[in-house]
Ligand binder design. Structure first.
Ligand code: C5P
Length: 402
């Protein structure tokens, strides 16, 4: 790791808080800076004094924030760190994070941060397995929060099962892995397109498709996590902005192309958007009126620009590694292979989007990666696992050619 990394450690309530002292010691021993926030519940288990002496820094709590906000506000606290670590992460703080609550210094810092977050959950097995906690975990991981553990074992409450906080050395290893990974695409600019486009018919109607943007957003998240400066050009979706990614929101295919061209040069471009192939040939300036009993004359459509093809033919502005998707409902590999050549891209990620696969709008995807060497068949994976695997393959490829 090139420079000293800084962790903002949030210690929430739970018997595992005593292990956080060991975590601070482990991080400091290897030269990682640690500053801690102790929640009121956390303070029932460890003292500010022990955290302060191990971290070598002031420990922040709600009392401190009330009196010293001008000196070290929650925004500054969360911005100063390279990574926020919540250990132990209780069911309560996970629920607050998932729902955006900010009623103490710790949750306010978590909501205000633009930095990545790692949690080490620790709780009773029934609390861990409760659908509410699992749903909260799903929300957090879909936003790019990393989770380490919990592990199975004897719990402080006397029960046995999942819920024991990962050991401090496991958390240190995860933090180191995160920092090392976070440098793989340092200095690279990645451009990602995501979501559908909306093509106006009149001021209130538009042509759209079923794309949710989940895959494209997950790819932007994964590339940013590897350290790439990432620009996400997104059509209309209901998804939150991925952390650490600069997002440009667009409506139509033509807006999307303009935004992509403005974002060049790029070392990597992943076109995951489901761009409308056609738009209305003449957007009506006023809302079109219906006449009772009369059918609407067929809507004239004209072709939209193909963003992937345009980037593929951009000469010296062409992204270094250009990747497209091919959503197919038949002859998936054959069509994708042809598309890779005709669009001038390096890799095509082909997927079957027939209704029965549930891929459009769903959380999983089955990818067949077509490159110059042939076809690589991936197992069915969550969209975030597809994104991580793709980002790793991109980093491997750029490292090999560097
Ligand atoms: O031709 P088809 O739509 O199947 O190609 C899919 C790939 O091309 C995807 O990567 C998609 O993002 C991209 N595409 C594009 N602009 C279009 C149509 C598709 O960038 N107008």
């Amino acid at each position: 790791m090139s420079e000293t990394k800084r962790v903002l450690l949030i210690v929430s309530g739970g018997i595992a808080a005593y292990k956080s002292l060991e975590l601070v010691r482990g991080l400091r021993k290897q030269g990682t800076g640690v500053r801690a926030i102790l929640t009121n519940a956390g303070a029932q288990f460890v003292t500010p004094m022990s955290l302060a002496s191990l971290s070598g820094d002031t420990v922040y709590d709600d009392l401190f924030s009330l009196t010293e906000e001008s000196g070290m506000g929650h925004i500054q606290l969360s911005r100063d760190a390279d990574l926020l670590v919540v250990a132990p992460a209780s069911a309560d703080i996970m629920a607050k994070m998932a729902h955006g609550l900010a009623n103490d210094l710790a949750t306010t810092a978590l909501l205000a941060t633009d930095k990545p977050i790692l949690i080490a959950p620790a709780m009773n097995v029934r609390m861990w397995e409760h659908p509410a906690t699992q749903a909260n975990l799903g929300v957090l991981t879909s936003r790019g929060v990393l989770a380490v553990g919990p592990e199975e074992g004897d719990l402080a409450c006397g029960e046995f099962g999942m819920g024991r906080m990962a050991e401090p050395e496991t958390i240190v290893a995860a933090i180191n892995g995160f920092f090392l990974n976070g440098e793989r695409l340092n200095g690279r600019h990645a451009l990602v397109t995501s979501g559908p486009t909306h093509e106006a018919i009149d001021p209130v109607r538009y042509i759209a498709n079923r794309s949710s943007g989940k895959q494209g957003h997950a790819i932007a998240t994964a590339l940013a996590a590897l350290g790439a400066r990432t620009t996400l050009v997104s059509g209309p979706t209901s998804l939150p902005d991925p952390p650490g990614v600069s997002v440009v929101r667009v409506q139509s295919a033509r807006d999307m192309l303009d935004a992509c061209e403005a974002a060049l040069p790029a070392d990597i471009a992943v076109c995951a958007a489901a761009v409308a192939d056609w738009r209305s040939a003449g957007e009506a300036p006023e809302k079109m009126k219906k006449t009772a009993g009369e059918a609407l004359a067929p809507l004239a459509l004209e072709e939209n620009p193909d963003i992937l093809r345009t980037l593929g033919a951009a000469g010296n502005r062409r992204p270094g590694l250009l990747i497209g998707f091919a959503a197919e409902t038949e002859n998936v590999i054959e069509n994708a292979t042809k598309k890779r050549i005709s669009k001038g891209c390096d890799w095509i990620l082909a997927n079957d989007v027939s209704q029965a696969t549930g891929t459009f709008g769903g959380d999983e995807n089955t990818i067949h990666l077509v490159d110059q060497a042939g076809v690589e068949n991936w197992p069915r994976l969550s969209k975030s696992a597809v994104a991580d695997r793709l980002a790793d393959r991109i980093a491997d490829t750029l490292e090999a050619t560097a």
